[in-house]
Write a protein that binds this ligand. Structure first.
Ligand SMILES: [Zn+2]
Length: 386
């Protein structure tokens, strides 16, 4: 954040880099690209001007500190809480991130972390004259969106499962709470790689696997909010035990923790690999190290990624059979492993869908990246909060 925008340092704090509702400008960009009347001359502003979205990635958007003449009256708070971090943002209706917070999630107190992020953002909105209309939360775990409550969260402790009720009691705004991957899918559909599609499946490939499904333009939540958990569909009943209580879940073959485990198993089995020098001990090998080793030509690491990718392709073909999506969006750190992982996934998916003479699916890498959750949560709130 620009120092001059901190509380009390912009006086009066009424002016804000704002985007007219009809303008296709989403973030900051070069002055010469901006036919934008609100942000003043470039030399007066320590940050670049408003400009076309393609001129500046949204994730690097910053507010201009030059006093603009427009105040944003249509913004929502979007929160994305996971086991390690709680991200939040003030998001305009056009998807622009206007202000953000990013804190570690409090151990044993997920709801407290959400409330703290929301209170911080409400304060900043007041400082800068932004009117908030609603709050959206994408939360890790099984979420009953109807009540805004957590029903089960294997990797995160919520001190109060009734997130929506807790927020309404403190912020007095309409609230929508949903699963974090659902929120990310909604964000990619609204502003990202799946823009405009009514048939979208999003996979977040990180430590675990999260999935969000949009069918006929609607999120699939299930009867209790525990639906659309593709990571825990079984691809090998005799496979490794999963934290969910089952064996052989897709997550146990394709996630970051699975890639690290498979690499450890290979080394423990006596296979020679540069990974032996990459980590202090076998137990500390990470999927990121496996990706780097594969990129350097390590055959053991490459084989692990091929296996993980091929299994992802199997999972995606199952998705194709059940939901027939138009776009598959892949996100998360493991998707960054690149062709060594994604190539086998694509090949396997193509092989299986071609056998059925299916129309090829469009596979896209997330274009919102780490912001998909906060932007999607805000978009969900705009669309569903009442
Ligand atoms: Zn599982």
């Amino acid at each position: 954040m620009a120092p001059s925008l901190r509380r009390g340092r912009l006086s009066p704090p009424r002016y804000f880099l704002a985007v007219p509702e009809a303008a296709p400008f989403l973030s900051c960009g070069p002055a010469e690209a901006a036919p934008f009347p609100f942000c003043g001359p470039a030399e007066a502003a320590p940050f670049p001007f408003c400009g076309p979205a393609e001129a500046a990635p949204r994730r690097r958007a910053r507010r201009c500190s030059y006093p603009c003449r427009v105040t944003h009256h249509d913004a929502a708070i979007g929160i994305d809480i996971g086991g390690t971090g709680t991200k939040g943002a003030i998001v305009a209706r056009d998807g622009a991130v206007l202000e953000r917070v990013d804190h570690p999630t409090e151990p044993q107190a997920g709801t407290k972390s959400i409330l703290a992020a929301v209170q911080e953002l409400v304060g900043r909105a007041a400082d800068f004259g932004v009117e908030l209309s609603c709050i959206g939360v994408g939360a890790a775990g099984f979420i009953d969106a109807a009540s805004g409550s957590v029903t089960f969260a294997p990797n995160l402790v919520y001190d109060d499962p009734h997130i929506a009720a807790a927020l309404k009691a403190t912020a007095d705004l309409p609230v929508v709470v949903d699963n974090d991957a659902n929120a990310a899918a909604w964000g990619e559909r609204a502003f990202g790689a799946a823009r405009g599609s009514d048939h979208v499946v999003l996979l977040t490939l990180g430590t675990g696997i999260g999935t969000g499904f949009i069918v006929d333009g609607r999120l699939i939540r299930g009867f209790t909010g525990a639906g659309a958990e593709m990571g825990h569909t079984i691809v090998d009943p005799d496979g490794p035990a999963c934290g969910c209580g089952l064996n052989g879940c897709l997550e146990q073959f394709t996630s970051g923790q699975a890639i690290a485990r498979m690499a450890r198993e290979a080394l423990a089995g006596g296979e020679a690999s540069s990974l032996a020098e990459a980590a202090p001990s076998l137990a500390e090998i990470t999927s990121h190290q496996v990706s780097r080793a594969a990129a350097s030509g390590d055959e053991v690491a490459s084989a692990v990624l091929r296996r993980a990718g091929a299994m992802l392709g199997v999972g995606l073909s199952n998705v194709a059979n059940i939901f027939d999506p138009e776009v598959l969006v892949l996100s998360g750190s493991v998707a960054g492993a690149g062709e060594a992982y994604l190539g086998p996934a694509r090949d396997e998916l193509v092989r299986m869908t071609a056998a059925q003479r299916r129309r090829p699916l469009h596979i896209a890498i997330s274009s919102l990246g780490r912001d998909a959750g906060i932007i999607g949560a805000a978009a969900l709130a705009f669309d569903e909060a009442s």
